[in-house]
Design a protein around this ligand. Structure first.
Ligand code: NAD
Length: 466
């Protein structure tokens, strides 16, 4: 099928690249000329394991192209994905200006009568499907009524758009595998034709009939993927509810961790003990620095603010947010407990990205911690295997001293704080590191190191809830 994906960020680029891998003819659109130039040269503007290999495959097969010209790309497509950002406004509501611009642009681009499906992959408030439909129609009507010489209005045949919601559940860092082998595909639409078009588009994923690429092997035993079809509003709610639940699960275990510290229990053992209960499940039960990234905070805040529109206070989600904010504060308190005075101390931060295997720094707990420490008069050093160039570029205000290795970071530190669980940090040579730091204080904000091993190397180890 001919597909157009608008927005070449983490979601749009991965979606477009994977659809091209499945054999569809995909045009990816962005309004950022630097991104399009990089992509045309086969380079990914984001770090995502395996993505460049699949990009290269699509470009060489001729199934994947890139353009700045939205109108042209839309005209040639049967299915049009909107995958632009919906970042949070200070009020907590998502900023829909990019979705709005794109929806209007889609309507304005088309004058023929072909049926096209507009699919919203951006995470948008409940009801946005109908709003997108209205905007597309507004774009269409801008070129619909053309005055004739007699003063009468000529009404050409209307282009035909069907709107669907197809929420995205990929995780940065494992986005290719998540897209090719999803737990489920959700499609919300009023028109049955929209569902059948998307069922056809996703057929190779639904029945897992494609050959797995070398960079992402198929999970053993996966033969098919469930398709959940719903109305528009329910599909939009599924996305918010999924993220709100996961964020709540993390805040829950962090709250338990904080109590574990007081009563002398170990939250890693508690998490194992409860996670083996299949009703609970073991994932998203890692106590630590709390959640971050571009989605959880934004989506939980959006759900709270949608509730308020309907005079409903989402009390549980408000607690989820406040426990998460407290968790970052708690790390500063732990450093204060160990070092007493932070002013003038050198703190080394291991990891800046909000999680490993990505360069995404949006709402990264490490940046909050760095900002706090700097405000308190500490000197902050940092090392991240991938995210440092982004950090330098996006946060020039942060007076961070960047290091090129764990060893360079350790030199002269009064405390090390492990903020992102990169494999490199799990495997760091503690003998060498111990020899380089000024004071052997190690705050493991992700609970990935062994307290006993760290103590054997002479570190004062602090984890979260253990
Ligand atoms: P992003 O910020 O990485 O990418 C958005 C892209 O859209 C950018 O490249 C930007 O240049 C482009 N863009 C903006 N306006 C445009 C326009 N008028 N025309 C063409 N391109 C335009 O965003 P993302 O992380 O990919 O997220 C996209 C959406 O998907 C958001 O709603 C997000 O909540 C949702 N989502 C994200 C993730 C994730 O892990 N990042 C997961 C699931 C859902």
């Amino acid at each position: 099928m001919n597909v157009c994906v608008i927005g070449t960020g983490y979601v749009g680029l991965v979606t477009g690249t994977c659809l091209a891998y499945l054999g569809h003819a995909v045009v990816c659109v962005d309004n950022n000329p630097q991104k399009i130039a990089l992509l045309e040269a086969g380079k990914s503007p984001i770090y995502e394991p395996g993505l460049e290999a699949l990009l290269d495959h699509g470009i060489r097969q001729g199934t994947l192209t890139f353009t700045l010209d939205l109108a042209e790309a839309v005209r040639g497509a049967e299915v049009i994905f909107i995958a632009v950002g919906t970042p949070p406004l200070p009020s907590g509501e998502p900023d829909l200006q990019y979705v709005e611009a794109v929806a209007q642009g889609i309507g304005a681009a088309v004058t023929d009568e072909k049926v096209r499906v507009v699919v919203n992959k951006s995470t948008v408030p409940i009801g946005s499907g109908n709003w997108v439909e209205m905007l597309v129609e507004e774009g269409v009507s801008a070129h619909q009524s053309v005055p004739t010489g007699t003063g009468a209005l000529k009404a050409p045949q209307a282009p035909h758009f069907l709107v669907a919601s197809n929420p995205e559940f990929l995780r940065e860092g494992s986005a290719i595998g998540d897209t090719l082998y999803p737990d489920r595909i959700v499609i919300g639409a009023q028109a049955p034709e929209a569902v059948s078009t998307l069922r056809e588009l996703y057929a190779p994923l639904l029945d897992q009939s494609f050959d797995a690429p070398a960079i992402a092997s198929r999970p053993e035993g996966l033969r098919s993927v469930p398709l959940v079809t719903t109305d528009l509003a329910s599909a939009e709610m599924i996305k918010y509810a999924a993220n709100a639940f996961l964020a709540t699960k993390i805040s829950f275990i962090n709250e338990v961790a904080n109590l574990c510290e007081k009563v002398g229990a170990d939250v890693t053992q508690v998490a194992k003990g409860i996670g083996l209960d299949t009703r609970i499940g073991s994932r998203f039960l890692n106590a630590g620095a709390g959640w971050g990234g571009s989605c959880f905070g934004k989506d939980v805040s959006a759900l709270i603010s949608i509730g308020r529109e309907y005079q409903y206070e989402m009390e549980l989600l408000k607690a989820t947010v406040s426990v998460n904010a407290h968790q970052r504060q708690r790390l500063i308190q732990k450093l204060q407990e160990a070092l007493k005075i932070l002013k003038g101390k050198t703190i080394g931060i291991l990891g800046l990205a909000f999680k490993p295997n990505t360069d995404d720094l949006r709402d990264a707990p490490a940046l909050d911690v760095a900002r706090h420490l700097l405000k308190m008069g500490a000197r902050v050093k940092a090392y991240d295997p991938i995210a440092m160039p982004h950090c330098r570029e996006q946060h020039p205000d942060l007076d961070i001293h960047y290091s090129e290795s764990v060893e360079e970071l350790a030199v002269g530190c009064d405390a090390l704080v492990l903020m992102t669980e990169w494999d490199e940090f799990k495997a760091m040579d503690l003998t060498i590191v111990r020899g380089l730091v000024r004071t052997p204080v190690l705050l493991d904000a992700r609970n990935v190191l062994s307290p006993a091993v760290c103590q054997n190397y002479g570190f004062q180890y602090m984890g979260v809830g253990r």
